[in-house]
Design a protein around this ligand. Sequence first.
Ligand code: ZN
Length: 233
Amino acid sequence: MKINPRFIAGGGEALTEEMRRQLRHAWPQCGIYDIYGTQEGIRSMECSPGSGMHLFEDLGIIEVVDECNRPVPDGNLGHKILFTNLYSFTLPIIRYEISDMVNLDTKPCLCGRPFRRIGSINGRNDDVIYLQGHTGGQVAVHPVQFWDVLESYSEIRQYQVIQENDGIHLSLVFEEGNEVVVDSVRKRLEQELQTLGASNPAIHIKPVANLGDRSGNMGKWKNIISNMNQSSL
Ligand SMILES: [Zn+2]
C-alpha cells in the first residue's frame, strides 16, 4: 500500500506491542495512538508524549470495580467497569456494566492533562479461563497472557483459544510455511501457564487455513472461549 499517514489510531480491538512494532516498521515517521471506547459512551485515547490512554472524564463517570461492584483503587486491576454517561439524555445510561478489565494509572501524565489514564486493559472478564492450580484451587488466566506469547510470533496471523475438558485447543493461522514454530509456541505457553501456577495443562495446537466467521452480535472476534463447566475443575 503506497500511503504516507502522519497519524494512525487503532480502535475496536487491542493495539498490541507486536502491531505497534509492525506499524513503526512500515511508517517510521507516523504517530501511533491507541483508542479505547464503548458503544455506551466511554472515550479514551493516548496522548503525546505520555503513556496510557486518557479517559474523557467530562463525558462520563468511570468506576473500576471488583466482581461485587466494590471500588478498586487506581493502580489495581478491576474485574469490570460501571459507566454513567453524562451526555446521552435520550437513553440514560447509569452505572452500566462493561466487562473490560482495566487498571487506571495513579501518576499524573507528562502532558499535564488532568484526566486519569488507563494503564492497561487485560481483555474482557468473560475471556478469562480457569485452570487447575498445582497447589489446588483454580488459576485465572487472563487474555493478555495468551496475547503476550502468541503476538510475539510474527509467523502467526490469527489465533483462537478454546478450553475443553481435555485441555486447551489452539487454532492458529500461520503465514504460509511457518508452521515450524508450533513446538516452540507450545513450550512457551506451557511455561507461561506453569509460571502462573497452573498444573500441567495439555495444549493441543492445530494449524488452520482460517478461523471461520466472526461471532457475536457486535461482529467482534472471540479469541478465547471456554466450553468447560467450571464446577468440574
Ligand atoms: Zn497525557
